[in-house]
Unconditional design. Structure first.
Ligand code: SAT
Ligand code: MN
Length: 587
């Protein structure tokens, strides 16, 4: 059935190890996927939702102990420990294989082994990469079929090549004490055991498209980044593209699907979504930076998504969607989550599978990291360049985090190296996307801390090298912070659709249309250059969030220094000198 020698060998080895009753190749046909949905509904793995209100939509609940990525159980397994660097957990590859094969051995007994050939990126694009994931979970198959391009067409493209990523997922007993997400970048392999949740098991996503791909990008001269890609169209119909990195659950999906406020719509502005989570970026023949979104769907955070915050996402999820860990409304067999509307169902089941009354019960009905998996083609503002094999040219790169203080609404770096420095000192308050404490400040360079598949010091060097190659065609690099708060802890900047006001300033800077104020950290807007019309925000308030407080930044320096110390000799001199420059400017 499969003619590729290396694939066949892999499948033989895996079926000997895992011992499934049956092997099914995912061919990508709707018929086969429908059969699987039906099997999953019979077994209770999926719940079919109201066909009239939510056509072709399903609900799934993961185990209560398995609701987010597990960074402390995620490993980079390279021959040399130094290759994984100080920010990754490391295991010796031989030890890791031995341990994982022991855990997974015979775990498919009584089950089916699903074989999913998938392409990250358009099947015909020269920028795409192929993987094969084996799994014992129909939920994983159906999610992968939304998030990536799957099926026999991928095997046709692969031919007899050995250039593909091996993904092994075994649910085992969802034992959190034996849960491991391991990456073997030296032999293109990912092994995930004892989880069945999103980023731990949809191996095309963070595991391949970021951890393995970033390692490949370092060798091959390109960048795999935790970035959304959006296009802004002006009234002349010109579209400029921005790639933006934010940590998980900081609003990437909302920004990528932004609907401009009335003021902007009237003036002909439109925003087009190319991707909401991952960008693969290469230097094109014209020496500019070009980006593709390697995914084919959205795995977005449900809570907080509503018809004001993100109407496009809501529309995207209105059909063909798998919801994970949200509330089931028993009255009409639809779903609900915190922040959807002011009308929680009374007759409902919460994310843990317990009876729940939204009018009375104090506990949240949906898990804060509950998700929707929806096909990109459902998105009303999907860019017409989404399927373009060459991707889109990037005018600006934006970094951003969740900071109550310190970082201004927006600032521009002085040049590429300074921009890499700005990305490298990113810090953000932690969210529910990963297990662990919420709201704790941590350094998260380029929002890649949990996703960089090699030594982050070398990653910084790679970014610096890319700038050298791009030369004067390098996009400008900016930093934004939508999350500054006032004395009462309320956000000052309205965010969501109004973020286009900041993006407009960014593009104006790229085209040298406005001047800016130099500060120790970079260029900050003059308040007159941020369009506030139609917005209930005073210029004073705006100035407050544009402010760079020297004393706060002096403290920040201490933090950066201790973070940088981790990298020892691997920290590029260029970044040391950027830090020194910042210190001098703050004096
Ligand atoms: O769970 S995922 O890793 O897929 C989503 C996220 O954390 O960004
Ligand atoms: Mn993400």
């Amino acid at each position: 059935m499969i003619s590729n020698t290396s694939v066949n060998k892999f499948l033989e080895e895996m079926s000997a190890l895992l011992n499934p009753d049956e092997i099914i190749l995912i061919d990508g046909t709707e018929n086969q996927l429908q059969e699987l949905r039906e099997i999953a509904c019979k077994s209770g793995e999926l719940i079919k939702l109201n066909e009239e209100k939510l056509p072709n939509c399903y609900l799934h609940r993961t185990a209560i102990n398995d609701v987010a990525r597990v960074e402390d159980r995620t490993f980079i397994c390279t021959t040399k420990k130094d290759a994984a660097g100080p920010t990754n957990n490391w295991m010796d590859p031989a030890d890791a294989y031995k341990m994982l094969y022991n855990i997974a051995k015979n775990s498919y007994k009584g089950k089916t082994m699903y074989v999913i050939p998938f392409s990250m990126g358009h099947i015909n694009s020269s920028l795409s990469k192929i993987g094969i994931e084996i799994t014992d979970s129909i939920y994983v198959v159906l999610n992968m079929a939304i998030m990536t391009r799957v099926g026999t067409a991928v095997l046709d493209k692969l031919g007899n090549s050995n250039n593909w990523v091996r993904g092994i997922h075994a649910s085992c007993s969802i034992d959190e004490n034996n849960r491991y997400i391991c990456h073997f970048p030296e032999d293109n392999t990912i092994i995930s055991v004892n989880s069945a949740y999103g980023g731990n098991v949809l191996l095309g996503k963070k595991c391949f498209a970021l951890r393995i791909a970033s390692y490949q990008g370092n060798w091959e001269g390109w960048l795999a980044e935790h970035m959304l890609i959006l296009g802004i169209e002006n009234k002349l119909g010109e579209v400029k593209y921005i790639a933006a990195a934010f940590p998980s659950a900081c609003g990437k999906t909302n920004l990528a699907m932004l609907i401009p406020p009335e003021e902007y719509k009237k003036n002909g502005y439109k925003v087009w979504c190319v991707g909401d989570d991952i960008a693969w970026m290469r230097i094109g023949e014209d020496s500019r930076l070009w980006a593709i979104n390697p995914e084919n769907g959205f795995f977005g955070v449900a809570p907080g998504t509503n018809k004001t915050s993100n109407p496009n996402a809501l529309a995207t999820t209105s059909s063909d969607t798998i919801f994970t860990n949200v509330v089931l409304n028993l009255d009409d067999n639809t779903v609900w989550w915190e922040g959807l509307d002011e009308n929680p169902p009374e007759n409902a089941i919460d994310w843990m599978g317990k009876r729940w009354n939204g009018k009375v019960d104090k506990t949240p009905g949906a898990h804060p990291n509950s998700r929707f998996t929806s096909p990109a083609k459902n998105c009303p503002c999907l860019s017409r360049e989404f399927e373009n094999e060459n991707g889109v040219p990037i005018s600006a790169i934006v970094f951003g985090g969740r900071r109550a203080q310190t970082t201004p609404l927006v600032y521009e770096s002085r040049d590429w190296n300074n921009g890499v420095f700005v990305g490298s000192i990113m810090a953000s308050e932690t969210t529910a996307a990963a297990s662990g404490k919420i709201g704790k400040l941590r350094h998260d360079p380029m929002a890649m801390l949990p996703f960089c598949g090699y030594n982050m010091g070398d990653y910084f060097k790679h970014w610096l090298d890319m700038g050298g190659k791009l030369g004067e065609n390098a996009p400008k690099i900016f930093n934004v912070n939508w999350f500054r708060t006032d004395e009462s802890g309320k956000f000052i900047w309205p965010g969501f659709g109004d973020n286009i006001r900041v993006l407009e300033w960014i593009l104006n800077r790229c085209e040298n249309k406005v001047s800016a104020k130099e500060t120790p950290i970079g260029f900050v807007p003059y308040s007159k250059d941020i369009n506030l019309s139609g917005l209930d925000l005073s210029e004073n308030k705006l100035n407050e969030i544009l402010e760079v407080d020297k004393s706060i930044w002096q403290n920040e320096i201490n933090d950066i220094e201790s973070f940088y110390e981790k990298f020892g000799d691997n920290l590029p001199n260029e970044l040391k000198s950027e830090l020194q420059k910042l210190k001098n400017k703050l004096k």
